[in-house]
Design a protein around this ligand. Structure first.
Ligand code: IPD
Ligand code: CA
Ligand code: CA
Length: 269
């Protein structure tokens, strides 16, 4: 089977899987009080539904692609073995705090990488039935319709998404000043609390940029590919391309015309 055919097969598989996983999350949300546990801090939550959705996704991938590796937020780290360089990167529920408190603004994120290159990425918001997808070389889509960037954007007409406001590391990296200045020079700053969804919103033009600090591969694996396939730019805060490493890192995704301006803002004095 050719690479092109594979790409299409993978996006179809990931789309079906994300929809099924999203259905499980929606069912779980029906409980009036979703019980949760803490992970690293009082802000880092996990529910039984996160684990259940991850188990479901992992089982389906193993069944269909037994030689592929899988990395998941809730503890999955499978080296597929064999000669395969394919690795699935999954966040069963991105926006767990929103899932618990709001019942909306969360998503399932599933990506396939080969070496360091994204092959297919899907971000599914089950509460709105919105599925964002990107396939290498084929473009980005929202519920099957193409999405992408048009025209030029200026900073003063841009809406910026970020998680920098509540990440303690912002202070340690002395980025606080930049964020305040950013709020002034842009049209506004938003914080949704689900990085994968915010990246998908950049691709769909609902946000003009997203700045995330301390993100893990499962937070941005699918969203990065979707933004790039929509024609946007994704880099670290130094403007370098982002490798899918397991360490937490900063990410800037944006409309191509404001990426340079945003990097200037992030320059550490
Ligand atoms: C978190 C969300 C949040 C971001 C955090 C992530 P989770 O993922 O994407 O917006 O600021 O860095 O860890 O824990 O809800 O999957
Ligand atoms: Ca996440
Ligand atoms: Ca998660």
């Amino acid at each position: 089977m050719t690479e092109a055919m594979n790409g299409q097969e993978y996006i179809l598989f990931a789309t079906k899987l994300a929809r099924e996983a999203g259905k499980i999350a929606l069912e779980g949300r029906k409980e009036k009080i979703v019980s949760y546990q803490f992970k690293s801090s009082h802000k880092d939550l996990v529910t039984e539904i996160d684990r259940q959705v991850e188990r479901f996704i992992v089982a389906k991938i193993k069944e269909t692609y037994p030689s592929h590796g899988i990395l998941g937020e809730e503890g999955t780290n499978i080296d597929g073995g064999g000669n395969s360089s394919y690795r699935w990167v999954i966040d069963p529920i991105d926006g767990t705090t929103n899932f618990i408190h709001q019942g909306i603004n969360f998503c399932v994120s599933i990506a396939l990488y080969q070496g360091g290159e994204g092959v297919a990425g899907v971000v599914y918001d089950p509460s709105r039935d919105e599925l964002f997808s990107g396939e290498r070389g084929k473009g980005a889509f929202l519920n099957g319709s193409p999405i992408g960037f048009t025209g030029e954007k200026k900073m003063d007409e841009s809406l910026i998404g970020t998680n920098l406001i509540w990440v303690g590391r912002t202070r340690r990296l002395k980025l606080e000043e930049s964020i305040y200045r950013l709020a002034n020079v842009s049209r506004g700053v938003r914080s949704l609390g689900a990085a994968a969804l915010e990246l998908a919103y950049v691709a769909a033009g609902r946000l003009d940029a997203y700045l995330g600090l301390y993100l893990s591969p499962w937070d941005y694996g699918a969203g990065k590919l979707i933004v790039e396939e929509a024609g946007g730019k994704v880099s670290n805060f130094d403007g370098d391309s982002l490798s899918l490493i397991s360490e937490k890192q900063g990410l800037l995704a944006s409309h191509p015309s404001i990426h340079g301006d945003l990097l200037q803002f992030l320059k550490r004095e």
